[in-house]
Design a binder for this molecule. Structure first.
Ligand SMILES: Cc1cc2nc3c(=O)[nH]c(=O)nc-3n(C[C@H](O)[C@H](O)[C@H](O)COP(=O)(O)O)c2cc1C
Length: 173
């Protein structure tokens, strides 16, 4: 049994929801899992493996993510680790792999930590959960990218089977 740490960089809680789902899958396979937000990460030395999930907001992962990685590079590199990115772009079949997703490529070009296990997941869209300005910006992006623009849209674009596979890869890492 491994003690696994799942860290999330989440603005509206959806990446945290994916972490909670992963925790359920991992615990069903006798793994011991702790979830922590990026702002309250426990000492990494207590864990056998560490994984970070981070969402995209206005084209970027949060700057605090890169700061955390720089501050903890040695620990992250010394145990099995991985990273996943959550975004609306990742709902698109041509942008839903680490190789084809521009946010993952951006992450790899900016991060001093280069984890082997990588994945991208489609995020959620909840227009009524956003302020008016964000709602309009995202509706415009959705219009350009041929996504839903109805202001009452509330949808999860996550492929949960892909999340299941990631959980298995975490166990094998
Ligand atoms: C204000 C805002 C800006 C966003 N910008 C982008 C973006 O530039 N590209 C994208 O693919 N998704 C974008 N998204 C979608 C989020 O990445 C997606 O909803 C994700 O599930 C959010 O996860 P979180 O709740 O953990 O932060 C944006 C969402 C919000 C609310």
């Amino acid at each position: 049994m491994s003690h696994i740490l799942l860290i999330h960089s989440s603005v509206h809680g959806y990446t945290q929801k994916i972490c909670e789902y992963l925790k359920g899958k991992l615990e069903a396979q006798q793994q011991h899992v702790t979830i922590a937000p990026l702002s309250e990460v426990p000492e990494l030395a207590k864990f056998d493996k560490v994984f970070i999930g981070a969402s995209i907001r206005h084209g970027k992962h949060r700057p605090a993510l890169y700061q955390f990685i720089e501050d903890h590079r040695k620990e992250l590199e010394s145990i099995p680790s991985g990273f996943f990115s959550v975004s609306l772009v990742a709902r698109k079949p041509l942008k839903n792999t680490p190789q084809t997703n521009m946010y993952m490529q951006q992450f790899l070009s900016q991060s001093v930590w280069q984890p082997k296990l990588l994945q991208v997941f489609g995020g959620n869209l909840d227009y009524q959960g956003y302020g008016a300005m964000d709602r309009n910006i995202i509706r415009f992006i959705m219009w350009i990218t041929k996504g839903p623009t109805d202001p009452n849209t509330k949808v999860e674009f996550t492929d949960w089977q892909k999340v299941d596979e990631f959980a298995q890869q975490m166990i094998e890492a």
